[in-house]
Design a protein around this ligand. Structure first.
Ligand SMILES: Cc1cc2nc3c(=O)[nH]c(=O)nc-3n(C[C@H](O)[C@H](O)[C@H](O)COP(=O)(O)OP(=O)(O)OC[C@H]3O[C@@H](n4cnc5c(N)ncnc54)[C@H](O)[C@@H]3O)c2cc1C
Length: 394
């Protein structure tokens, strides 16, 4: 306990001295830092904040110091998180490398792969994207067809990925490829790291109903990938793919939690937009639904924390499907309520005459619908829960 108190005091003092003033408080979407070779910093203090946090190892607090991490225990990392929330510090770096690739490289990567990639992820120097889904392989991911043929020291890779989030902005892609077309479908897959700075890789953004293009088709044509970029051995990709999905699902499950720090509570929002009577939300039915939502959010947050403590910083295993399912459905429910609070004001889409909330919430409501698709749909999570958590028969 004494150690914990000392660490809390140390973290608090460091954050107070080093977190720039403009990095305390809600983060507008266009100030989010994703890093990468072509990183852009709308606010110069974002760059300073990233550099300071990376030097401290606190962009990845629990990773070993040797790979750019802070070497903190899970308990210390939680204290750091609490102290960052207390000061309202922004996250210095959002990154698929941190959330997904890093944890599996730590578990399955060779020493050379860890040294080559982890510090660059921790410092935000390389932006990664995820090359899993294909036009004929989404829920049935093991049906993927992108081929990698070993030719001497290189793999020759050809294929077509789809829904690759931010592929047009990424530097490297972690990719599932078929290396043995004669084996059973789960057994002929490998996990490859590919530098996208190769003329054989093309991306084509996909435009959505919201007007945004958050993801792309990715075409891979005759790309030569050094054998040293194979992670975990030939045809062992499925094990790594599943483990990475557990980390991804854990991350997606907490999406509401991350957003909550950046906005007012639901009840405050409802009071602003749906009106008050005796300082309470005027509409009794809405009041009841919001109270239930806030109770469910709090219970979910505490359950996630308990599971994280039990997992001691690792992934919660197949139970991540439960968190992914519940967290994303909860987040969708939250946006339905926000929309209900706004009423006809939620019709705002663009242009003058609308408050920032009105323009933002409608788009985020649409975006939230994808949370229960990306990283595996809700139906697939229910299948995993039935089979791998509850052990029910097929
Ligand atoms: C916003 C967003 C970002 C994404 N980012 C990435 C990314 O960066 N990289 C990447 O590789 N992929 C990404 N994806 C793709 C995502 O993983 C797939 O969309 C998802 O796995 C579903 O696959 P699908 O779209 O092919 O749908 P399908 O697999 O065709 O499913 C269609 C419908 O059938 C249902 N269904 C399918 N099989 C079963 C079953 N066995 N039992 C019950 N129901 C079933 C599904 O639940 C769904 O409702 C992203 C998707 C979204 C929406």
């Amino acid at each position: 306990m004494q150690d914990a108190a000392a660490f809390r005091a140390e973290a608090r003092a460091w954050l107070e001295a080093n977190c720039p003033a403009s990095m305390r408080g809600p983060m507008p979407d266009d100030e989010i830092v994703w890093g990468g070779r072509r990183a852009s910093f709308k606010n110069p203090e974002s760059k300073l904040w990233l550099e300071r946090m990376a030097a401290q190892g606190w962009t990845v607090p629990t990773w070993p110091r040797a790979y750019g991490g802070g070497g903190l225990t899970a308990a210390e990392a939680r204290i750091l998180d609490e102290e960052m929330r207390r000061l309202n510090c922004r996250s210095p770096l959002q990154s698929f490398g941190i959330w997904m690739l890093g944890p599996v490289l730590l578990e399955y990567g060779s020493e050379a792969q860890k040294e080559a990639h982890l510090p660059r992820i921790a410092r935000g120097e390389i932006r990664w994207c995820q090359g899993y889904s294909e036009p004929e392989a989404g829920s049935d991911l093991a049906g993927l067809k992108t081929r990698a043929v070993l030719q001497g020291e290189h793999f020759l890779v050809n294929g077509h990925k789809i829904w690759t989030s931010y592929a047009n902005l990424a530097d490297w892609i972690f990719c599932l490829v078929r290396t043995d077309p004669t084996a059973k479908k789960h057994e002929g897959i490998s996990f490859l790291l590919i530098d996208m700075d190769d003329p054989g890789i093309r991306t084509r953004p996909i435009q959505l109903i919201s007007g945004a293009s958050p993801f792309c088709e990715t075409f891979i044509e005759n790309v030569r990938v050094p054998q040293e970029n194979l992670v975990g051995g030939l045809n062992n990709g499925w094990t790594i793919a599943k483990k990475l999905l557990e980390h991804e699902r854990k991350m997606i499950a907490s999406i509401g939690e991350r957003q909550r720090g950046a906005e007012r509570s639901l009840s405050e929002f409802a009071k602003t937009y749906a009106g008050t009577r005796d300082r309470r939300i005027a509409d009794a039915v809405l009041r009841d639904r919001i109270a239930q939502q806030e109770i469910d959010q709090r219970a979910f947050q505490l359950t996630q924390r308990r599971a994280a403590e039990e997992a001691k910083g690792g992934s919660p295993g197949p139970a991540s499907a439960m968190f992914k399912y519940y967290g994303t459905e909860l987040n969708k429910r939250k946006f339905e309520l926000l929309l209900q609070c706004l009423g006809t004001q939620a019709l705002g889409w663009e242009g003058d005459g609308f408050a920032a909330d009105e323009l933002r919430i409608t788009r985020e409501w649409l975006r939230s619908k994808a949370n229960s698709i990306e990283g595996g749909t809700s139906e697939i999570q229910l299948n995993i829960i039935a089979k791998r958590v509850l052990g029910l028969p097929d």
